[in-house]
Design a protein. Sequence first.
Length: 224
Amino acid sequence: MILSKIYPKIFIGFTCIFLIVLYNLLYTAQRIQCITPQSSAYTVLMQRPSVTEKIAMVLQAHSPNTVFFGDFYLFGDATRSDSEHSSMCLPYLIVESNPVYTAGTTSWKFHLDILQFGNSGRILLPNELELSLVPDANTTLGLVTDSMGQVLSAEYPKSLVIKDASLPLTLEVHASVLDSTINPDASAILQVSWGGKLHLLGRSAVPFSVSGVVAYENNVMGSK
């Protein structure tokens, strides 16, 4: 009689323990881990053959333009950065900058994409992206188009949000001198960043961003 009362409690106890262990395993398998460039693990990941091969292809296709890489995002069995069977992705940004002359306008191109490695089928790439540009004070930004020439904005807003986006994505932004009577130093910088949210099936979204600073020439006719 006593055992008949104890056995159900033991069964329930083991069931609870099993469910807790199972939950932890599933949670770990779905967790996204962010590896920043300041981490030693980032250097290790950058040296993986699969990573160096894809990065070399990117650099070769877009040389000599400026390339910025963001954080590594590891998921699934990649919660350990030393795993050779990791599933991960690496956002990057390529900037084609040109001098901004006193007469006429020029354009800059921005290539946005995310490199994927391993079993990346569980991760959903962002369908809403944001591009932020902060140029020299004497540079004004205008028309924004995509790679097909479709106008996304007649004038560049403070921050450009693109909905229903599909990667890879190329954006072209027209730029011109704001005041041609000003002859500043020809050296200028452009602060650029883009980002969105990575979605892992069954988990909440994880925000990411890639940023950098690009040097360009502004109003070179007035430079010394």
